[in-house]
Write a protein that binds this ligand. Structure first.
Ligand SMILES: *Cc1c(COP(=O)(O)O)cnc(C)c1O
Length: 373
């Protein structure tokens, strides 16, 4: 297979999803699988469904359309508030959309009436992270106005923490969120089916030994595909960290000095590189660069150190793992590396379903990798 490519182990993604469904499920919380990091890939969506997930969320309407056209059998949620320019597609392809703006909901209402549909919406509430959300003091008024619109139905409330400002989901803010649901169900006689409390950063909150109130849903992306919670990037026990890895190929391998020769200025990206004198070393070039992946989020799974990278070259110190031209090197990924390699036109995909073709690992992915968003 042409390199570089992402190797996607569906059995590991399936295991991770199953494990998370059980852990959240015993606490009364359902899992929505978030597919944006895998671009709504139908093979992965089907794998999540096989593991027991019945709703899938994606922030991009293109990915929702892709899953709809592939006849993916789940409720499809657009989890970013729709752009005005995409409301036609949102009503046509998404079962539910997350919303924060009355003018957008009014557009959805008009289009839903035209398309002779009822479009379901979840209102996102701002609980402190200051990304998307209706302010708590405006929620009642917003619900009142939406209830007067035709073609749209409020099916739940959602909130999102820990993404822009890193605000932790805690008992306190989750209980406040839960109480909002109770308040507005009572005052408007509404039935809110989905009370969606957060994302992979809600893992520790989930483990706390107390009631979850009305919160009955979380939206999990990174935890499923990378096996980590996202507040501290801790490994979630029992989950695979290497369900998706990146494979690239060595195109040069030579013994060279570790210090550059001549006067130095800025590198190709305007940074000032620093080098340590380790004498002569085996320097291998992997055909992989910033056009393929966010290099800082790569963790080599063999015993080499990344020395630097440019658009198309990744240079590693291969003194301890003598690499030859043509050898393949495998890397673990953080979230930024996953997103960037998934969206690079230069990176292919290979899917594996069984255990037999797995390569031996010389060095595991460390318990923590730097948090890069
Ligand atoms: C991306 C996203 C998620 C999933 O986040 P993970 O950290 O990958 O679990 C959940 N909710 C919203 C609104 C998102 O945009």
């Amino acid at each position: 297979m042409k390199t570089p490519y992402l190797e996607i182990d569906l059995s590991k993604i399936h295991d991770n999803a199953k494990h998370l469904i059980t852990m959240f499920g015993v606490r009364g919380i359902g899992v929505m699988g978030v597919t944006k990091s895998v671009l709504g890939e139908p093979k992965i969506a089907d794998c999540l469904i096989a593991a027991g997930i019945s709703s899938l969320g994606d922030s991009r309407i293109e990915n929702i359309i892709r899953m709809r056209k592939a006849n993916v059998q789940a409720l499809l949620f657009l989890i970013r508030t729709p752009s005005v320019s995409e409301v036609q597609d949102v009503v046509a392809y998404a079962d539910v959309s997350f919303n924060t703006e009355l003018s957008v909901i009014a557009d959805l209402s008009r289009v839903a009436v035209q398309q002779k549909k009822i479009h379901d919406i979840v209102l996102m509430v701002e609980m402190g992270d200051l990304r998307e959300g209706i302010l708590r003091q405006d929620l009642g008024k917003t619900i009142g106005k939406v209830l007067r619109m035709k073609g749209v139905r409020i099916i739940g409330l959602g909130t999102n923490l820990a993404c822009l400002s890193g605000v932790k989901p805690t008992k306190s803010n989750m209980d406040d969120f839960s109480r909002l649901a109770e308040t507005y169900e009572r005052s408007y006689g509404l039935k809110l089916h989905v009370i969606s409390g957060g994302n992979s950063a809600n893992f520790d909150w989930m483990l706390e030994d107390d009631t979850k109130g009305r919160v009955n849903n979380v939206r999990l992306g990174e935890a499923i595909v990378l096996g980590r919670e996202t507040l501290l990037r801790k490994h979630i026990g029992g989950l695979h960290l290497d369900a998706i890895t990146l494979v690239a190929e060595v195109i040069e391998s030579k013994r060279k000095p570790s210090l550059p020769e001549g006067e130095t200025g800025l590198d190709a990206f305007g940074n000032t590189p620093v080098f340590e004198d380790k004498g002569e070393m085996l320097r291998a070039i992997v055909a992989l660069g910033k056009q393929d992946v966010h290099v800082a989020g790569l963790v080599p799974l063999i015993d080499v150190d990344i020395l630097g990278s440019s658009s198309d070259h990744l240079v590693v110190d291969a003194s301890r793992a003598p690499l030859r031209v043509g050898d393949r090197v495998r890397f673990g990924l953080d979230y930024a590396a996953l997103l960037s390699s998934m969206t690079s036109p230069f990176v292919g995909r290979s899917y594996i379903k069984d255990q037999s073709q797995r390569w031996p690992r010389l060095r595991g992915i460390p318990e923590r990798v730097p948090a890069v968003m």
